[in-house]
Design a protein around this ligand. Structure first.
Ligand code: NAD
Length: 529
């Protein structure tokens, strides 16, 4: 593509803007969401194939996805891939890479813009799948879909930016050019908790950079992932660039991670699996001719610190929103509130009071802002931590199963106060609606406690003392620090996202460095005659 054409394409693309959230207080929007839920419910229980190249493949074995608010309701049955299908997908992805890498960055970006447009047109349908498959509230599902749209719009523009010549030092008698070329076939492994946004983000970043991918969605959320597979097909993405391959992590996941022809792995999930993936990927398989690149975003144990000079109401609002949004199942969720002793009782009281006002119930109803946890396994694991928490501190509210006739996996929003900074519920990721409240002697102690875990993902500080905020900016060791606001809700383009230490490789998704992880830079230097 000539420089002129490149400039032309670029100028046709409007500046990036975050997708606005839907205002569900508007009756028409409520109607639209109800209709979308109804439509998706009409599609439940079907069987879905793998997408391997242009082929739709079934295997005779299925992953059954169910509604956590009503476990008897089957979302769908999804073909379960094994090693033979993983090999087929690898063959297709390798073949597709040879032509896809030659497609111009502008054209590749166009696929993302087109997919974003179609998703925007059908956004409530995508959200409805998440309401039913993973128990997101309307607002949380809407935010997940908006973020997915943002990722496509943002990475499309980022690829256009990267396709411009990088500024290099001019040497006499030489013409030097640096360009960002793709890596090869990548394996994308997303988690269930942002089953659309994170899947779309990692996948489209890889694709727009010129790679082909095999996507192994979480076994909890193959349904929403399938909707995205279909969308990519609908916008005409060449077959084999994207392959949809649900399957067990321990077999198909491990097999592909170790495969000599996998060039990179984009993983988001728990610390345990992330470390395993990293370790397996570091072993060189026979025939492998590269060091695999691993982008691994993992867990968190995120804290909100409140000092005696803070706006206590704002702090309590921020703690409750961050601790219990999507039932505490966000990597960025506030699972520890660290409050200096002078205002400890006051803040604790406010947090408990607000938490008691959360409306627990079916996520299909707009008025409910607190739904079930994702699965039986999560339910059991969180309840174990609730019991540990009852021994490690003072139960302030919650601590029980919330019973429903549908036997949904509901756990009450739970607050445990007076927790020791070294207690298990203070240090281990619970990934559910359990907030540990810790009393700090003073500001310095609070900051020290905030840094006492192996993680380093998000954190927030509420204070009106500018010096302390500056100190926190320097010393609170997390990838995403928020001052006087909640610690969840990162926005693409505004809050590049990723954590330190055991929270991962700090890839900064939704930021200007992200696509570099999916590319390699080639420098061509020509002697000018
Ligand atoms: P998980 O680690 O259980 O699973 C993540 C993915 O890995 C899933 O798709 C799973 O099927 C797959 N997997 C499991 N075993 C595998 C194996 N042996 N080889 C390859 N793949 C395998 O995590 P989860 O329960 O899906 O998600 C929750 C976790 O994700 C939490 O720890 C949360 O903090 C973290 N998370 C982190 C971020 C971030 O940006 N840092 C964002 C969202 C979620």
């Amino acid at each position: 593509m000539t420089t002129m054409l490149r400039e032309q394409t670029k100028s046709n693309v409007a500046e990036f803007r975050n997708e606005p959230f839907t205002d569900f207080s508007v009756a028409a929007n409520q109607e639209a969401m109800k209709k979308a839920i109804e439509k998706v419910r009409g599609q439940l229980g079907r069987e879905y194939p793998l997408h391997i190249g242009a082929e739709k493949v079934t295997t005779g074995e299925w992953i059954t996805s169910t509604n956590p608010a009503k476990p008897s309701e089957v979302i769908g049955k999804f073909a379960k891939a094994g090693k033979p299908q993983a090999d087929q997908a690898m063959t297709k992805a390798l073949a597709a890479f040879e032509s896809w890498k030659k497609v111009s960055p502008q054209q590749r970006a166009e696929y993302l813009f087109k997919a974003a447009k179609v998703m925007r047109e059908r956004k409530h349908e995508f959200s409805a799948w998440m309401i039913l498959e993973v128990g997101k509230s309307w607002a949380e599902a809407d935010a997940d879909t908006a973020e997915a749209i943002d990722f496509m719009e943002y990475y499309g523009r980022e690829m256009l930016r990267l396709s411009n010549p990088a500024p290099l030092v001019k040497l006499p008698g030489e013409d030097n050019k640096l360009s960002y070329i793709p890596l090869g076939v990548g394996l994308v492994i997303p988690p269930w908790n942002f089953p659309l946004a994170i899947l779309v983000g990692m996948t489209t970043a890889a694709i727009v950079s010129g790679n082909s991918v095999i996507v192994k969605p979480s076994s909890e959320t193959p349904g929403i992932a399938y909707q995205f597979a279909q969308l990519l097909e609908e916008v005409g993405l060449p077959a084999g660039v994207f392959n949809y391959l649900p399957g067990p992590g321990a077999s198909v996941g491990d097999y592909l991670v170790s495969h000599p022809q996998i060039r990179f792995i984009a993983f988001t999930g728990s610390k345990e699996i992330g470390l395993r993936v990293n370790e397996m990927a570091s072993k060189t398989a026979p025939g492998q001719i590269w060091i695999k690149r691993v982008v691994s975003e993992m867990g968190g144990k995120d804290s909100i610190v409140v000092d005696e000079k803070a706006d206590l109401d704002a702090a309590a609002d921020g703690i409750v929103a961050s601790a219990f949004g999507f039932q505490g199942q966000k990597c960025s969720a506030c699972s520890r509130a660290i409050i200096v002793k002078d205002v400890y009782d006051k803040v604790l009281e406010k947090v408990v009071e607000r938490t008691k006002k959360l409306t627990v119930g079916s996520p299909e109803q707009r008025e409910n802002n607190f739904g079930p946890v994702s699965s039986k396994q999560a339910f059991e694991s969180i309840l174990k931590y609730v019991e540990i928490g009852k021994k490690e501190g003072r139960l302030m509210t919650g601590g029980n199963v919330h019973e429903t006739p549908e036997k949904g996996f509901y756990i009450e929003p739970t607050i445990i106060a007076d927790v020791d900074p070294k207690a298990r519920i203070s240090l281990e990721e619970i990934f559910g609606p359990v907030l540990a409240v810790i009393k700090a002697n003073d500001w310095e102690h609070a900051l020290q406690v905030a840094n006492n875990t192996e993680f380093g993902l998000t954190g927030a500080v509420y204070s009106k003392d500018q010096k302390r905020l500056e100190q926190a900016a320097e010393e609170f060791h997390v990838g995403n620090l928020y001052l006087n606001r909640k610690c969840t809700g990162a926005m693409v383009g505004a809050h590049p996202f990723g954590g330190f230490n055991m929270s991962g490789t700090d890839s900064k998704a939704g930021g200007p460095d992200y696509l570099l992880l999916f590319t390699q830079a080639k420098c061509v230097s020509a002697k000018v005659q």
